[in-house]
Design a protein. Sequence first.
Length: 192
Amino acid sequence: MNLTTDTLLATLKRFSPAKVRAYSSDDEFREIAVPTRRRKWQSVISAIEARSWSRVEMLDKSGAVLGYLENAEPAGALEDVGSGGGGGAIKEAERIVALVIRAQRDAMTFRDAEVASLLRAQGDVVREMTAGMRALTAMYQEQVQAAEQVAELRTLAAQGPERGQLTELLEAAPAIMQAMPMLRSLLNGKGS
């Protein structure tokens, strides 16, 4: 541990905050929750030191500032990843990039399978709806034809000598038209 880490640990233990706010040099901050497990201060210090910081405020549960600590140490030297000494960092970065690419490829394959399944199901629904509409259209056309035939029979019944039989047929026409879909389905069932 260095001097800043020791000071940070002592300050955390003294104030025992509920959360910590770490400010960067450009006054942007990030809040760090204090865990309730063992070695919680080490965890908080690791989170604070994960990025450069200029000031740390200790906050209570309501967000009130209990105390603060300024970072007086200069920034540490950055590792040169372009030189031969940073080869481990480059290999680690390449490994992480490869993992991300593989995860993205797997996610896209899964998504493509879901979309294809959804499109197949939608196609089936559209085909069923089209078949239903065709059946309704055919039934409507049959009803229109039957109505036209009934109208012709009425005209003939009013004019012709066989008025009695045609009148009975015309009176039965509404019942026949209502029963036509059922009769058609019965006839189609026998033909199968």
